[in-house]
Write a new protein. Structure first.
Length: 123
């Protein structure tokens, strides 16, 4: 596992939104999808509101790699399914960062969304 450098971790982790492009089976990138991103410890995470049924999430499962852009940083990444032990800290990060969006943030805190938590790792 490759670690984020401090600058990229901070820039991406504090960005309001992230653009994610997953890689197709043929190696080309899909169109970017804009979503929320959170930092928990030294890791970055995204979730699908629709859980495993979300189109972007299903696409990310094809090769489990792609590209992200946020906070002025563009990086190739690998998508790793988060362990259930990581969910509580990711939940807290979503509440802290996006809690001002009352009612909306609740959609990323459901069991369905939790099960789609992906840890982004630089590649």
């Amino acid at each position: 596992m490759t670690a984020w450098n401090g600058s990229d971790l901070k820039q991406i982790g504090t960005a309001e939104e992230l653009d994610l492009q997953s890689e197709r089976a043929n190696g080309t990138l899909r169109a970017p999808v804009t979503m929320w991103v959170v930092r928990a410890g030294d890791h970055l995470y995204v979730r699908s509101v629709k859980g495993a049924d979300g189109p972007w999430y299903r696409g990310a499962q094809t090769r489990q790699q792609g590209c992200i852009e946020a906070g002025g940083v563009r990086r190739d990444v690998a998508f790793h399914e988060a362990e259930p032990s990581e969910y509580a800290s990711v939940d807290a990060a979503y509440r802290d960062k996006y809690g001002r969006y009352t009612g909306i943030v609740d959609h990323v805190l459901t069991d369905k969304a939790r099960a789609s938590t992906l840890r982004l790792e630089p590649s």
